[in-house]
Design a protein around this ligand. Structure first.
Ligand code: SF4
Length: 469
């Protein structure tokens, strides 16, 4: 498969995606639903979609994940998938005793125009006397977006359909003894990142709701008995009370620029103050996060974190001579690329290309916002890019390292340069789910890894074999 350019018009005359730099939209929905307590993700579509997504998620998180499916066939593509959807939900109720079922659509059911809210209304009418689980639905046609858009759409749908509700069929809404101070909507970060955020809230001495929270469900301890639905996740009762929080902190500069987020819905519908922040990676973005926590909670940043900040600054000084002026290519989902680029710009590494399969239309402005005061030469920013196009650009740019998911490994191997693995998915290394990216501590880990990757390359390329660098 090739992409060629017409000499006369200089326009691409054959368009295809070759090794996409994004994943399927409902896959993001399944991960988000997995972060809600006692929830089973459910795909309204064919069995193959669920199988592909399970495999992809399991290979990164190294945890089993059950994703229910309507198992639609050719017949349903013609006559509609409503009856199978209802049968499927009844099956999930019987086999899992789930308290919530999170239903995401797929390419097939969006293409044939299945009206899922109508099916669920009918389902409630038919079976409402059987003690139904809470049902949340989200439209996630994969041809219209990425896994990140599916993830964010799901978070927004959960807020839309659950916050402030007290009439859910089976959820006893027990009021929290402590009203939560803050909501945190972190986006698709790692389970380790979520645990770190929980620790930060605890150290500030405040109650908070993190939505979603798959820190236990997608990185669970070993148990003697297999649990069909692992323990953990954001309780539905807590979600229902998110409108009572003092503020919502939502991560993602690109997400914020879309003006269509769960945090904004909480603000517009329930008057919860909304703080849109970049992912807290790098000194500046972390400072903004901690300053916002101070403002919203009235508490000073605990000494543990100011000490970590100080150590990070010290490390920046110590490592500068090794990495200054190195060129990096950053790729993957837009908001993580923006955060990593902000981090690179402040440590003296030149981001030369920022590429994403996402097409939000806000990638360039977000990169500019975090780099314009720090870089003399702005990086090339490309949205809607695939790995074929990244490889083409890289030939000219000659980077010293790549930063992104494991999907960039073939490129790193070809160029014989280091790949710093971040984000999702990481399929060729162990412990991707325990990668800490956020906070001063996550930044410290990334920084140490980056410096060491540069040193290792230098050592490997040297004919002398220096043992002292
Ligand atoms: S058909 Fe669509 S929803 Fe299903 S796996 Fe493929 S891209 Fe994802």
């Amino acid at each position: 498969m090739t992409k060629t350019k017409s000499n006369q018009t200089n326009k691409t005359n054959y368009v295809s995606t070759t090794n996409a730099c994004k994943l399927c939209k409902p896959l993001g929905a399944c991960i988000a639903f997995r972060g809600i307590e006692n929830c089973v993700p459910y795909l309204h579509g064919s069995q193959g979609c669920a199988t592909y997504m399970r495999r992809y998620i399991i290979s990164h998180f190294r945890e089993p994940i059950d994703i229910a499916s309507s198992s639609l066939s050719e017949k349903h593509a013609v006559y509609g998938g409503g009856p199978n959807l209802k049968k499927g939900i009844l099956n999930v109720m019987e086999k899992y005793e789930a308290k919530m079922v999170g239903i995401a659509t797929t390419c097939l059911t969006e293409t044939i125009g299945d009206d899922v809210p109508q099916f669920l209304y009918e389902f409630n009418e038919e079976f409402g006397d059987q003690g139904l689980p809470t049902l949340v639905n989200v439209a996630t046609p994969s041809y219209s977006g990425t896994h990140m858009e599916g993830f964010h759409a799901t978070v927004k749908a959960v807020i839309d359909q659950l916050v402030g509700k007290t009439d859910m069929n089976t959820i006893a809404i027990a009021p929290k003894t402590i009203i939560p101070n803050v909501n945190i909507i972190p986006g698709l970060v790692s389970p380790e990142d979520l645990r770190h955020l929980r620790d930060i809230l605890e150290d500030f001495g405040i109650a908070g709701t993190i939505l979603p929270d798959y820190s236990d469900t997608l990185d669970a301890p070993a148990t003697d008995e297999y649990a069909k639905i692992p323990e953990g996740g954001t309780p539905v009762a807590d979600i229902a009370q998110m409108h009572q929080a003092k503020a919502t902190l939502e991560f993602g500069r690109v997400l914020a620029a879309t003006g269509n987020t769960g945090g904004e819905l909480l603000r517009d519908r329930h008057s919860v103050p909304h703080y849109a922040l970049g992912l807290p990676i790098g000194l500046r973005e972390c400072d903004r996060f901690f300053a916002t926590l101070e403002t919203t909670t009235g508490q000073p940043t605990p000494r543990k974190y100011t000490q970590r900040r100080g150590r990070l600054v010290d490390a920046y000084v110590d490592g500068h001579k090794y990495i200054f002026g190195k060129k990096a290519v950053v790729y993957g989902e837009e908001d993580l690329c923006v955060a990593i680029t902000a981090f690179l710009a402040e440590i003296g590494v030149k981001p030369v290309l920022c590429a994403s399969g996402g097409k939000s239309g806000h990638f360039q402005e977000a990169i500019t916002a975090v780099t314009q005061e720090l870089l003399r030469e702005p990086p090339l920013v490309k949205e809607g890019f695939d790995f074929y196009e990244i490889a083409e650009e890289i030939e000219q740019l000659q980077p010293d390292l790549l930063i992104g998911t494991s999907k960039g490994y073939p490129l790193a191997r070809k160029l014989q340069i280091p790949l710093l693995r971040v984000g999702f998915p990481i399929h060729d290394r162990f412990g991707g789910q325990r990668t800490l990216h956020l906070g001063y501590q996550g930044t410290q880990r990334l920084y140490d890894q980056l410096v060491n990757a540069v040193l290792e390359k230098k050592q490997a390329d040297s004919p002398v074999g220096y043992g002292y660098l």
